[in-house]
Design a protein around this ligand. Structure first.
Ligand SMILES: [Zn+2]
Length: 194
């Protein structure tokens, strides 16, 4: 049977791959195997032929820490449920992590099922939340770039302050000259007074 992956699930894979190109994919999954096919699973294509779930391999050494990812995405409205490391988060039941007792402890990958309503929504999953929460080389690059921008902004600000100071000095000089003329005029008027 022809099947497609829900775009929202595709989006988290694309984002994860782009962010951590060296990540381990050993426990990744989309379409279910024979074992899945014999039971109800979002890894089996639904009535529209769409697989509504994805498994992301836990690989903290290469940046993919499923603890961090689980926390970052759990309140995204596209989440139907998440299973990670013997716990399940299903917001339609409870916005707390509950013990998961299924035969697969899900300690090698995070399972994400998406809702029907959210399945075509391909907005970023990770960058919109907790942008500083992932310790990666990418973040270092972003910080370096930010420092460069700040430095350039600092230089621009210095130039602006110089310009304002120059204008203020010109203004003061003009004001002093005006005052001097006025004073001279007053002196002449005073001299003519009886
Ligand atoms: Zn799964």
């Amino acid at each position: 049977m022809a099947w497609t992956l829900a775009p929202a699930v595709r989006a988290i894979f694309d984002e994860t791959n782009a962010r951590w190109p060296n990540r381990n994919k050993a426990s990744d999954g989309t379409l279910g195997d024979q074992a899945h096919a014999s039971r109800t699973s979002d890894h089996n294509p639904n009535s529209r032929g769409v697989v509504m779930a994805g498994d992301i391999t836990n690989d903290p050494a290469n940046g993919v820490d499923c603890n961090t990812i689980a926390e970052a995405i759990k309140d995204d409205p596209r989440v139907k449920y998440i299973i990670w490391n013997r716990r399940i988060y299903n917001p339609s039941i409870s916005r707390t992590w509950r013990t998961y007792t299924g035969s697969n402890p899900h300690d090698k990958h995070l399972h994400l099922s998406v809702t029907d309503a959210g399945s075509n929504d391909t907005r970023p999953w990770l960058t919109a939340t907790d942008p500083g929460g992932f310790g990666t080389m990418d973040d270092k690059k972003i910080l370096e770039e930010f420092a460069n921008v700040t430095k350039r902004e600092g230089a621009l600000l210095d130039a602006l302050v110089d310009k304002i100071t120059e204008q203020a000095q010109k203004h003061n000089t003009a004001a002093r000259e005006r005052d001097a003329k006025l004073f001279a005029l007053l002196e002449r008027i005073e001299a003519k007074l009886p």
